[in-house]
Structure formats: C-alpha cells, structure tokens
Ligand binder design. Structure first.
Ligand SMILES: O=C(O)CCC(=O)C(=O)O
Ligand SMILES: [Fe+2]
Length: 305
C-alpha cells in the first residue's frame, strides 16, 4: 500500500497511533435514520426548535443545491487530494492551506498535532472571500506543475465560489429561523452571522488497511455558529445523544447541519452544540466538504433574557 498522494504516515501497513475501541456500542439500525430532518422548502419552526434543543444537529433536505453541484464538488476535491503529498504541501498555501493529522490549528495557523493524537485526515481550507481576486495563481507559476494544476484549480475555484454562495444562503435562512425562535433582537442578531467569516474545509480521510480503524476526527464540538456538511457515501460520522453514539448515515443529496458553540452561547445553552466524531475503517478514501460560518469577529454575543 503506497501512494504518493498520502502523507507518509498514512502509507504504513498498520499504525499504532490510534487504537480505538471496536466494541463501543453504537446505535446502528440498518434502515432507520434517527437524525431529525428539516425540509427547507417547508421549514417548520417547531421541528427546527426541537432539533436544535435535543440534537444540535439535523439533516437538511430540499436545500436547493443542485445534486450535480454536490457531486462535482466532491469529484473536484478528490482530484485536488490526488496531487502528490509534496505538491500539496508546496502549492496549497495562502490564501489556501493544507495540513494533515488533525483538523485543529493554532491561532497562528499551524496544525495542532501531536504524535498521540494523530487523526487519519488531510484538510484543505478554502477561504471564500477574496478567492477570486487572490494572487494565488501568480504564486503558482513558480512551480513546475503549474500547467497541470491550474486547469483543474480554476475549475475547483469557480465551483467553490458557487457552492459557497449556496452555503451562505442556507446558513442565513436557517439562522434567521433560529433567531425568530429564540426571539433575538434583530439589530443585534444581524452581526451574529457574518458571511465574510465563511470558509470551506475539504477533508479526506485516507483509506485504511483492512481490519484497522482510526479516528478521522476525534470527539469535538465545532467552534462555529453553524457548520454545514456534505459527506460522501462512505459514512463514519457519529453524533452523541443521550449517552449513545449514533451514526449519521450518508443519504444522497442531504446535508448535515451542525450547531456550533457560538449558537449554543447565543441561545443561553437552550440549543446544543453537537458533540460528534468521525471513525475511519474503510479501504476507500472518504471525502467531506464542510462550510463553517461565525459571528462577526468584533461583536459581543448577548443571550436573550
Ligand atoms: O468529516 C466529517 O464528517 C465531519 C468533520 C468535522 O466534524 C469537522 O471538520 O469539524
Ligand atoms: Fe466538526
């Protein structure tokens, strides 16, 4: 098992970095999807309220993103990850960033990784603001693979722009309904969702040798206001609810909305920032595309009385 697109650690036959408990009980009822469903075409404020309080996570359907775009973005992410590890390290730099072994970064942008907590994941961050006018392409010309890379980077970038606009629309619609439910003061609550903070994070959890498993992403909550996830058909995402880990099954054309720490704070802990994690055990690469959005950086969060 060797492929130059993977970080070297992920090419080892077996790895000792993450031994995880295979017997841990997980609610896995074959045909049953336990995750609450929110239909954006006929959005029920009551259902939304229930999902936000009880789960902190829900499945979004009828969201208006064409399924072709959902698939194209997955395919292009796959292409980008298939560049060699060296090239990814060299060319996916500011305003983009590439790192592996963790999804967390320090304030200065360095990957927050330690040998004990290596996650089985590679990450590319795409800012959405300024992507089109960035000098990134100029800096790429220094590299020999410019010609090869640029023809699909251009494609990825325009897809990201289009996809990002849809995500911003979804976040705005969902957040405004939450604000209504929470009775937020509309003058204050405008700055609690700031589209300019939005970015897209593409994750690849590399295939893993048969019989092994690892954390793609360990247990965490998102620090966002909202996160909106497009996962491929391999699965692996789990959410914690009433002391059980529940599989968030992949269902074509649906998105998973995660409430982050910021909306939990704004709601005065009425809403839950969902605890979740990703387990990797398939012999195929797993790709997910996540949209993250935050409050305006300098605003003060105020919970309703
Ligand atoms: O890849 C996934 O399914 C979820 C990733 C995640 O939780 C994150 O990036 O915060
Ligand atoms: Fe997350």
């Amino acid at each position: 098992m060797n492929n130059e697109s993977y970080p070297p650690l992920f090419n080892q036959q077996s790895h000792q970095t993450q031994i995880i408990d295979i017997d841990e009980p997980i609610q896995d009822l074959e045909d049953l999807d336990l995750i609450p469903i929110i239909d954006l075409q006929c959005l029920s404020l009551d259902k939304l309220e229930e999902a936000c309080k009880d789960w902190g996570l829900f499945r979004l359907v009828n969201h208006g993103i064409p399924s072709k775009l959902m698939t194209q973005i997955q395919d292009q992410a796959k292409n980008l990850f298939s560049l060699s590890f060296e090239h990814k390290q060299a060319i996916l730099s500011s305003p983009l960033s590439y790192f592996w072994g963790t999804t967390a970064r320090t304030i200065s942008g360095a990957a927050l990784r330690s040998p004990k907590t290596i996650s089985w994941v590679e990450v590319i961050n795409f800012p959405l603001v300024g992507l089109s006018e960035s000098r990134f392409e100029d800096s790429l010309k220094m590299y020999k693979i410019y010609g090869l890379f640029i023809h699909f980077y251009g494609r990825v970038r325009s897809l990201m722009d289009e996809y990002g606009r849809h995500q911003a629309r979804l976040a705005r619609t969902i957040y405004e309904s939450m604000a209504k439910n929470l009775g937020l003061d509309s003058r204050l609550s405008k700055s609690y969702l700031s589209e300019s903070t939005g970015f897209i994070r593409v994750n690849r959890c590399p295939r893993i040798p048969k019989g092994n498993q690892a954390w793609g992403v360990g247990v965490h909550t998102d620090s966002t206001l909202l996160s909106i996830l497009n996962q491929d058909q391999l699965g692996g995402l789990e959410v914690f609810k009433e002391n059980k880990w529940i599989l968030v099954k992949p269902i074509a054309d649906s998105l998973i909305v995660n409430l982050g720490d910021m909306i939990q704070t704004i709601s005065n802990d009425l809403y839950t920032s969902a605890k979740h994690r990703v387990k990797v055990k398939k012999q195929e690469d797993r790709i997910t595309i996540n949209y993250f959005v935050f409050p305006q950086f300098d605003c003060t969060l105020q919970s309703p009385k």
